[in-house]
Design a protein around this ligand. Structure first.
Ligand code: ZN
Length: 416
């Protein structure tokens, strides 16, 4: 069996858009290199989470063959792992947003900070926040961070809500997933215990939030930004706290192939490393072309050493959340022109290699949110005959009948 590339284009699937001749951005985009795969391709059209609209963590897990309802212990575990922290069983690991509040209301869920500003805030929080338990806060990129609170006495619980109003948690037994929710109010909720054993955790997390709030107001970053009329970093939003190791079965052992990941975001890094993949050293770049060239290089190097490579591109999802469908189809064209082009210099689907192109969920550019629609999947390998096009409509019409769930893509591909 040849090499395998698994390309996940975040939120690539969409709905038909009137101004794009009733095509989706994926259908509208001119995809020369993807089209060159069509003579040896099959389409799939699986559901990711049934009627629920997935967040990226569950979408990526499902695409990589891990049922989120069976494995997800909370996104915070992957976020912290992806930031280079060391979440442990019994600690609580959370995703953090640096945000702006006015009184008890939320003005913005994200205050973008420079590297230097975020480093100062990280230091202030770690040195000045007073908690009865040991903790570590780590700055990520822009406004995203991770927090681990440790309790040697193992009193912490994952059964708590978020204080970020846009995300609600749902439990499947002791497994925990989060979903985007339409909040009716801009009042910042307190973190609440959802089971009686989580009252201690509720208290600790709310204490961290109010302490961090006080500390942030004393930082030079806050004072300088206030003087200059810039968005303020004065609040922390905590979400998706995880207590348990998701214990993903090792993907290398599961399928007998050595995997590498070319991913830049902490969440995707966390999932890939929890699955046992080797992470190629890479940072997510703001300029899409530079990011794609960087990832293309990295995939090319990974294919020299590894049997299979998972590569992720974020920007299509970000553009959809902003309603920028023109920029979205343009981004898909760039992905085709730079990344897929480069991958096809390295692998040959008519000669035993395989490429899978899909997304973790659809993100509608008109609704500006993730939807629960089935996702488009292209699987190119010499075992398949021609398909007409790669897009949502064609995938819906002509798809492999044995892939009805996203978790079935990976086992199917690994048996080709
Ligand atoms: Zn996503």
């Amino acid at each position: 069996m040849g090499k395998i590339v698994f390309l996940i284009v975040d939120g690539m699937g969409d709905h038909p858009i009137k101004l794009l001749s009733n095509k989706t951005p994926l259908e509208y985009a001119n995809k020369v290199n993807i089209n060159s795969l069509l003579p040896h391709a099959a389409l799939a059209f699986p559901s990711v989470l049934g009627r629920l609209a997935p967040e990226s963590d569950s979408g990526v897990m499902a695409d990589l063959g891990y049922d989120p309802k069976k494995y997800s212990t909370g996104r915070g575990w992957f976020e912290c792992l992806g930031l280079g922290m060391e979440p442990r069983e019994g600690d609580i690991s959370l995703r953090v947003n640096i945000a702006e509040a006015v009184g008890s209301k939320l003005r913005s869920v994200r205050t973008y900070l420079s590297k230097e500003e975020f480093a100062e805030i990280e230091k202030a929080i770690n040195e000045q926040v007073k908690l009865p338990l040991e903790f570590e806060f780590k700055a990520g990129e822009g406004y995203r961070g991770g927090l681990i609170i440790r309790d040697e006495k193992k009193r912490l619980s994952q059964f708590v809500s978020n204080n970020e109003p846009g995300y609600t948690v749902k439990f499947f037994g002791d497994k925990k997933l989060s979903f985007a929710s339409k909040s009716k109010s801009d009042l910042i909720p307190k973190i609440k215990a959802l089971k009686s054993n989580a009252v201690f955790t509720e208290k600790i997390l709310n204490q961290f939030i109010s302490e961090a709030n006080k500390v942030l107001l004393k930082t030079d970053v806050y004072k300088k930004r206030k003087a200059n009329g810039l968005p303020l970093p004065n609040y922390v939003l905590l979400r998706d706290g995880a207590i348990h190791d998701p214990k993903l079965p090792d993907i290398n052992k599961k399928y007998g192939k050595l995997w590498a990941a070319v991913v830049g975001m902490p969440l995707e890094k966390g999932i890939a490393s929890a699955a046992g993949m080797s992470l190629m050293k890479i940072t997510e770049l703001d300029d899409l072309d530079e990011d794609l060239e960087n990832k293309a290089d990295s995939v090319s190097r990974a294919l020299d050493k590894y049997d299979a490579v998972y590569v992720h591109v974020k920007q299509t999802d970000a553009l959809s959340h902003l309603g920028k469908y023109v920029e979205k189809y343009d981004a898909i064209e760039r992905i085709d022109r730079i990344l897929v082009y480069s991958i096809l210099q390295k692998i040959d689907v008519s000669n035993g290699d395989t490429i899978v192109i899909t997304c973790d969920h659809r993100t509608s550019s008109e609704l500006k949110r993730h939807t629960n629609d089935n996702i488009p999947v292209l699987i190119a390998n010499r075992k398949f005959n021609r398909v007409k096009d790669f897009g949502e409509t064609e995938c819906k019409k002509h798809h492999l009948k044995n892939i009805s769930k996203a978790t079935e893509i990976m086992p199917f591909v690994m048996k080709l």
